[in-house]
Design a protein around this ligand. Structure first.
Ligand code: HEM
Length: 528
């Protein structure tokens, strides 16, 4: 039902060139030779040993032996879908990105949802953050928005990411637990990381057990930059708000669903698209003029903070619709490679020290996950505009580039592409004045770890608060080391005393300093 010649169609048309259907075809080897017996190997006698010369057997087994690639080091379990991003309100005042300029512009997208901690075969319904990664195939190149369903993150600096992931992933001695955060190493790390407390409130809330992908929000998390034609800069936070509203399941439902159908979210996404019930989100931005950077009581570069919507409202400017299932999970959902540094002119990153580390990590991991520097040539990763540069060779090179010159400067021409001026669409990094002392230290503007954790906890309705308390009680009751439970309760005191007291009482931590002596727990879960 998509029209043939729209730019929107360009990505699916491009993918079709690499898509085959084996129906009604004869079986062949990888060399195209027709195979007339796929049931028996070639043997030296009817009951004799198999011959090494059986190239048909060898090819089949060899290929099978190499079918697996490493799963993603995080976000291993994913579900993907194709769709369209439609701009309803121009952002040309703020950014020169062409796909955000003209109302009505439609851009093809591929979206991958994921859990973070579990392995590829783990349950959809784990208590976890969900990845919400979008590849926009724009006419100026691929733009990736690699976000999550929660607006903040556990840590403020990329150098803590391997520690965080080693704490949350299965423990190295026994590879347990599969996909849950309920274990010693995770809570040990968290109890020692006050900066994680805001994220922990989100993770213990119902947001961590969404009912479906189509009923959860998406966030870019970091502050990014918009740059317009005149070079004027706005900080921007990205939001996706589900048209169906935000819905979660209750914890007992989550556990039951995990047992009955671990593919619950994947199946829901697939089936709703098959039925033509297309998941949709409003796309919104929070815009902050560069000169207002210092007007908040938190740092815009700190990824553990939101910009409250009361201070800067979210302007809804576009719609994201998922309308086509992938044809092949591995070729598309597994091989897609997102990267927060895949930018287009008019969008830039900031000095957020978490984001800065991500800019290194994604390509690096994809080199090992996909095995070659040519993974941009995999159909799902290809931009809709053609690629022209002097990079060449490498494992699995697909493109056949003509000409003898692959260096610049040169006086021969010989097929060599030359750099584009800014007015020709050449990307130029936003020129920002930096001066200071090289220093390995956390910015003092990053120190308030509790105000927004409180803000989030207090924003919860009473039933939501009870769910959050119970989540902490469940999680911490799995922790075997008493000191870890105590330290965590110590953190909670800074967020809400009643929360700390309720959790402490249920997990056997004594908290004499909390002034709730001999009180029974009120049924509504609120402070008395
Ligand atoms: C995936 C690193 C923080 C969202 C990944 C992957 C790595 C990684 C190595 C696997 C990529 C692949 O194999 O293709 C990091 C580092 C971080 C960080 C080093 C911090 C320093 C974040 C944050 C967010 C995020 C803050 C959310 C805003 C995602 C998503 C994926 C992902 C959605 C899955 C992408 C997909 O579906 O293929 N990350 N990450 N990450 N990350 Fe991060």
């Amino acid at each position: 039902d998509m029209k043939e010649d729209t730019p929107l169609n360009q990505k699916s048309e491009q993918l079709k060139l690499d898509t085959t259907l084996n129906e009604n075809e004869k079986l062949t080897t990888n060399q195209g030779l027709k195979i007339n017996n796929n049931q028996d190997s070639l043997k030296s006698a009817e009951r004799g040993p198999t011959l090494l010369e059986d190239f048909i057997l060898r090819e089949k087994i060899t290929h099978f032996d190499h079918e697996r690639i490493p799963e993603r080091v995080v976000h291993a379990r994913g579900s993907g879908a194709h769709g369209v991003f439609k701009l309803n309100k121009s952002l040309a005042k703020y950014t020169k990105a062409r796909f955000l300029a003209e109302e009505g512009t439609e851009t093809p997208v591929f979206v991958r949802f994921s859990t973070v901690a579990g392995s590829k075969g783990s349950t959809d319904m784990a208590r976890d953050v969900r990845g919400f990664a979008i590849k926009f195939y724009t006419e100026e190149g691929n733009y990736d928005l690699v976000g999550n369903n929660m607006p903040v993150f556990f840590i403020q600096d990329a150098i803590k990411f391997p520690d965080l992931v080693h704490a949350v992933k299965p423990e190295p001695d026994n590879e347990m637990p599969q996909a849950a955060s309920a274990h010693d190493t995770f809570w040990d790390f968290i109890s020692l990381m006050p900066e994680s407390m805001h994220m922990i409130m989100w993770l213990m809330s119902d947001r961590a057990i969404p009912r479906s992908f189509s009923r959860m929000e998406g966030f870019g998390v970091h502050s990014f930059k918009f740059i317009n034609e005149e070079g004027k800069v706005h900080f921007v936070k990205f939001h996706f708000k589900p048209k169906l509203g935000v819905h979660s399941v209750a914890w007992d439902e989550a556990q039951r669903i995990s047992g009955v159908d671990p593919d619950f979210h994947k199946r829901d996404l697939w089936e709703s698209i098959e039925k033509g019930i297309f998941p949709e989100w409003d796309f919104g931005v929070q815009l902050i003029p560069e000169e207002d950077e210092d007007t908040f009581d938190f740092d815009l570069l700190d990824p553990t903070k939101i910009v409250p919507e009361e201070l800067v409202p979210v302007e809804l400017v576009g719609t994201l619709t998922l309308n086509r299932n992938p044809d092949n999970f591995f070729a598309e959902t597994e091989q897609v490679a997102f990267h927060p540094g895949h930018l287009v002119p008019g969008i830039d990153f900031t000095n957020d020290p978490l984001l800065q580390g991500r800019l290194f990590s994604y390509t690096d991991t994809q080199l090992s996950r996909l095995g070659s520097p040519n993974f941009h040539e995999i159909p799902i990763n290809r931009s809709i505009n053609t690629v022209h540069n002097n990079q060449r060779d490498g494992h699995m090179r697909q493109q056949i580039v003509k000409g003898k010159v692959s260096y610049e400067p040169n006086s021969i021409g010989g097929g060599c592409p030359f750099q584009a001026m800014m007015k020709e669409g050449g990307f130029s990094s936003h020129e920002e004045r930096i001066s200071g002392t090289k220093i390995r230290e956390r910015s003092k503007s990053f120190v308030d770890h509790y105000s927004q954790a409180k803000l989030f906890y207090n924003s919860q309705s009473t039933p939501e608060k009870i769910h959050l308390q119970n989540a902490l009680i469940f999680e911490l009751s799995k922790v075997t080391i008493p000191e870890i439970r105590e330290r965590l309760v110590g953190q909670l005191v800074n967020i809400d005393k009643f929360l700390a007291w309720r959790v402490a009482e249920k997990i056997g931590v004594e908290v004499t300093e909390l002034d709730f002596p001999n009180q029974s727990i009120p049924a509504d879960g609120n402070r008395i």
